[in-house]
Design a protein around this ligand. Sequence first.
Ligand SMILES: Cc1cc2nc3c(=O)[nH]c(=O)nc-3n(C[C@H](O)[C@H](O)[C@H](O)COP(=O)(O)O)c2cc1C
Ligand code: SF4
Length: 451
Amino acid sequence: MAGRKLLLENVHIPGIETYDVYRKNGGYASVEKALKKMTPEEVVEEVKKSGLRGRGGAGFPTGMKWSFLAKPEGVPRYLVCNADESEPGTFKDRYLMEKIPHLLIEGMITSSYALGANVSYIYIRGEFMYILHILEKAIAEARANGMLGKNIMGSGYDLELVVAPGGGAYICGEETALLESLEGKRGNPRMKPPFPAVKGLWGCPTVVNNVETIAAVVPIVNHGGEDYAKIGIERSTGTKLISASGNLVRPGVYEIEMGVSVEEFIYGDDYCQGIANGKRMKACIPGGSSVPILPAHLVTKTAAGENRLMTYESLADGGFASGSMLGSGGFIVFDEDQCIVKNTYTFARFYAHESCGQCSPCREGTGWMEKVLHRLDHGHGTIEDISLLEEINKKIEGNTICPLGDAAAWPVAAAIRHFREEFEWHVTHAAEAQTRNYGLIQPRVEEIKTL
Ligand SMILES: Cc1cc2nc3c(=O)[nH]c(=O)nc-3n(C[C@H](O)[C@H](O)[C@H](O)COP(=O)(O)O)c2cc1C
Ligand code: SF4
């Protein structure tokens, strides 16, 4: 059975993208409550109690992040919403902003109040220009109705909200690259420390949060942090937006209660309704292209035979040997006809293209992996190439300025770990791989022992 919805509950109401309809359906109640009845510290406290963890990928506790924000006298503080959403397989923020833009604006006002920010930014992926216009229209409506600008709802609190188009690169989603880009520079990640909470936008204390994280502050303030924390399991509280794609009967954006089983999510009537065209599942990437791929037998069950759940903990169960990560919730399912080598090559190509080039292990390593995977995919590889990929991986992992290096290395390592036979097949069946139509180079499901 589908669970409680906190973010997308009203998404299908006609006209919900307008201020009037959004307000009539309970919109901006969190602003009213926070600004009129709560201190900023009390709002932070509710977010801490909720157990909310960042929805941008790393899952860092939001309340804790907010409490790290430095508050030197006379220095402005900023809240920056990360709406860059460029991770392959992830499209939930785009959906939320397009369908119910006032939810993000409401979350921005309530969160900015909690953090003591008087100017806040939504940094939106440059390719989402049409959504930028949707947001700007909604911001104008909010301002016309006294929700932005000076003395919001007579509370004495002032806030300006600015939407800024992104630089058009995946790396601009990394929070410090994002800040560089917002300052008008090339989006290169910064060395950390100092962290943005101490030295962020224009050298001032800054919180960077994902779209969904900020939207989740609305139900947390409306219903209370404890109520929010009742949903979910362990340290995975509340609801989560999942972008489901690949060979599914019903792909799409789902709001799930944390803790629903992966089995139910893939096969349940309220969710993805199984694998398309009556095929079998071969693999799944549960958290966006930068997390490890899981072979079918480890998708719905852990290595210990427990039911795998849609939580940060359960998806990571087994570590990188037999687990993966919830990441940004980009849930990509592969059926038995999909080629893991080809898919790994495609992602490697993406990461090589998106490396900013500042550190050599990432710049050189991602390009090298792309070349090796290209020859394996096209039937020109050798058995040694497989161990070469593993070696390159080890040299990248943990040796870079930002996590893009790891994001490029982990999926390749996991693909080889779980589908080594398929990589070997591309070497042992090289003649077939070279002569067959590109795109159809793949072993039959029966030929892969690890499935
Ligand atoms: C290469 C790279 C790309 C990223 N892209 C995004 C993104 O598009 N959106 C996002 O919210 N976080 C992205 N992140 C994570 C951010 O650096 C940051 O952790 C996040 O915005 C913090 O928000 P949260 O605490 O609400 O999750 C990316 C990280 C890396 C390393
Ligand atoms: S890891 Fe890659 S993307 Fe990140 S700073 Fe280094 S070169 Fe740039």
